[in-house]
Design a protein around this ligand. Structure first.
Ligand SMILES: Nc1nc2c(ncn2[C@@H]2O[C@H](COP(=O)(O)OP(=O)(O)OP(=O)(O)O)[C@@H](O)[C@H]2O)c(=O)[nH]1
Ligand SMILES: [Mg+2]
Length: 207
């Protein structure tokens, strides 16, 4: 079986019924444009299935991928690469049209298992990152923060310092689930896989 497999993309949440999504647990990648959503999805799936670009605004649709996480064919998830926001060229905020489509879908999908909220590790939480976190907390959606591009730090020491700052910052915001990732070095991919394995276990227990 093709793994991962692209199932299709939609611009409007109301068009989702046209895709063969089944009731698989959904894991959505959300965050500002250019933060590395598509790259992390590729690192996780060990593929180049999601399109990546140095120009913000590459992903224009909510793209759905079926992905089997382990050798067990029952360990199937739906990964969702979302369009980013935060640049004038694309949606500026979560309240713009695209942002509204995304939040409508996230709130309405009963099979949503996790939102991976990506934040650029070099910048920490910018205003629109905070807006995303507030939305996720307010809507009681399960999420984990992934601080991206951690390979950009010049030395191990600088990276350790940054990780400490980001950890403190997250705790001060009451956020206790976070990972540090690099799509290039594949750092953080294993911890993310472990989180997804837990999700699969839980979804099986629920039936
Ligand atoms: N150094 C470094 N660069 C990265 C990493 N992840 C992504 N990038 C680069 O960042 C740019 C944007 O990556 P994408 O994965 O397309 O970002 P995106 O969040 O999907 O962006 P949109 O689709 O526009 O919302 C590309 O040039 C990537 O190569 C990373 O972990 N480290
Ligand atoms: Mg993208």
């Amino acid at each position: 079986m093709e793994n991962p497999k692209f199932l299709g993309g939609v611009v409007k949440a109301s068009d989702l019924a046209t895709l063969p999504l089944d009731e698989l647990p959904r894991v959505a990648f959300a965050g500002r444009s250019n933060v590395g959503k598509s790259s992390l999805l590729n690192a996780l799936t060990n593929s180049k299935i999601a399109r990546v670009s140095g120009e913000p605004g590459k992903t224009r649709e909510m793209n759905f991928f079926r992905f089997c996480l382990t050798r067990d064919p029952k360990d199937v998830l739906l990964l969702v690469d979302l369009p980013g926001y935060g640049y004038a060229k694309v949606a500026r905020t979560l309240r713009d049209q695209w942002g509204r489509e995304i939040t409508t879908w996230l709130k309405g999908d009963e099979d949503l298992a996790l939102v991976v909220a990506l934040v650029d590790g070099r910048h920490g939480f910018l205003d629109n990152d905070l807006e995303l976190v507030k939305f996720l907390v307010g809507a009681h959606l399960p999420f984990i923060i992934a601080f991206t591009k951690m390979d950009k730090y010049k030395s191990n020491n600088q990276r350790k310092q940054a990780e400490k700052q980001l950890t403190d910052l997250s705790s001060s915001m009451g956020v206790d689930r976070f990972i540090f990732v690099s799509a290039f070095g594949r750092d953080g991919v294993r911890p993310l896989e472990n989180v997804l394995k837990e999700i699969l276990k839980e979804s099986r227990a629920v039936g």
